[in-house]
Design a protein around this ligand. Sequence first.
Ligand code: HAM
Length: 437
Amino acid sequence: MQKFVSGSDAVSAKNALQSVRGMNDLLPSQTAQWQHLEARLRAVAARYGYREIRTPIIERSELFYRSIGEQTDIVEKEMYTFTDNNGDSLTLRPEATASTVRAGNQHGLLYNQTQRLWYTGPMFRHERPQKGRYRQFHQFGIEALGWSGPEIEAEVICLGERLWAMLGLNGLRLEINTLGSDESRASFREALRSYLSRFKNDLDADSQRRLDRNPLRILDSKDPATREILKGAPDLHDFLQKAEREHFERLQALLSAAGIAFHVNTQLVRGLDYYTGFVFEWITDQLGAQSAVCAGGRYDGLVAQLGGRPTPAAGFACGLERLIELVSLAGERAPSSQPDVFVISEITDLDPESVKISETLRDHGMDVVFAFAQGSLKKQMKRADLSGAGLAVIVDRDSVAHGSVLLKPMRDRGEQVRVPTTEIGEAVKRHLKRAHE
Ligand code: HAM
C-alpha cells in the first residue's frame, strides 16, 4: 500500500509527490492573471452573442476516433485513454469541438436552429512537454453552428482579433487557407501523393508514414529536406472548384472590409481531420517552437459524422497558457488580488472582538484578512504590508477597554487614527476611498 507523507515531512522527504509531468499547478500568484484573462474571454464572447456550453472532461473514446480522425497524431499517439470498470473505453478530451457537437446533437440544439457557443477548460494531450506545450493545457473555443456562408467565418475572425485588442496583443499574424470540398481535396490528395512518391526516400520518417494514408499532413512537416521537396509540390488552390474559390474570395473581401490583415498560406493544413473549406491560424514568433496561439476553421461534415443532421459549422480554439505568456511578454502587470483590510490584533487569548470587527467589515463589502494575532504587532504589521492591503485595523488592549480600534493607512498614506468600533464600517470605507484618490 502507498504510504502518504504529510506536513513538514512532505517537504523534506525524498519521495515527496510531484504533479504529473506536463501538468501544471496554477498558484495563487498566477490565478489573478488567469481570472483577468477569463473575464475578457467571457466579455468578447458576449459581445458577439456566443453562449457558454460546459461538457464533461471525459468522453467515450469513439467520439474522438470519429471526429479528429484515426490517422491523426492526436488519436494515434496523444490521447489519455483508459478502460473504466464497466469495460468502456473512455478518453480525457484532447479538444472540445467534438464534445460540443456531440452535446448539440444529443440535446437537439442543432435541429433547425443556429447556435453560437463558447467554452473554456482543460484539455489533455500526451505530447512531449516544452515551453508552451503541456499535457494538460487550457483552451478557449468558439463554435458557430448552422451557417454556411463566409459571413460567419469573418465573424469568427473578427471575434479573435477583438480579443487580441482587448488583451493588448498586436504581434499576431493571421494565416488563412481553404481546403476546398471533399472532391477537390481528393483530387489534390492524389496529385500530391503521386508527386511526393517520387521523393519517398528523401522524406522524413513521419512524412513517409503519412504518404499513403494522409499525405495532406505532410504539408505541415517542419523537416528542412521535406520542406525543400514541398516547394515543387502541386498547389491545392489549382484543384478548387469555381464556387469554392469564390467563397474564399468573398471571405477575404469581408476581412479586408473589417480592416483585418491576413496572409493566404496555401500550404496551411490542420492536424485534425474534420476540417472542410476555410482553415486558419494566428501565429507568433514570440513563443519559440510553439507558434500557434489560436487555430480553427470550417467543419461542415462533423455534425452528420457524429449522427446529427448535416449542419455547417466553423470555430476556433486558443491555448490559454500561450495567451498568458504573450500577455506577460507584452508587459501587462498581473492584476492584484489584494485584500482591502488586514486585521491585526494584540489579544493573544480568545479574541471575539477581532472576529466581530472582521465580520462587520465583510458585511460592509470589504475583503478582509485576519492575522489571528500570530506573532508580535510588528510581525503582523509586516505581513499586512506584504498582503498589499490598503489599511490595517489594529485591535489593541485599549480597543477592548474603550470600544475603539486603530486604523493605520498602509504605504505611508497618512496618520494612524483611533475610531469607535461602532463606526468602523463607515470609517474604514472613508479611509480606503481616500487611499484610492
Ligand atoms: P488545435 O489546433 O489542436 O485545434 O488547438 C488549438 C490551440 O490549442 C493551439 O493553437 C494551441 O494554442 C493550443 N494547444 C494545442 N495543444 C496544446 C498543448 N499541448 N499545450 C498548450 N497549448 C496547446 C483544436 O483543438 C480545435 N478544436 C480548434 C477548433 C475549434 N476548430 C474548430 N473549432
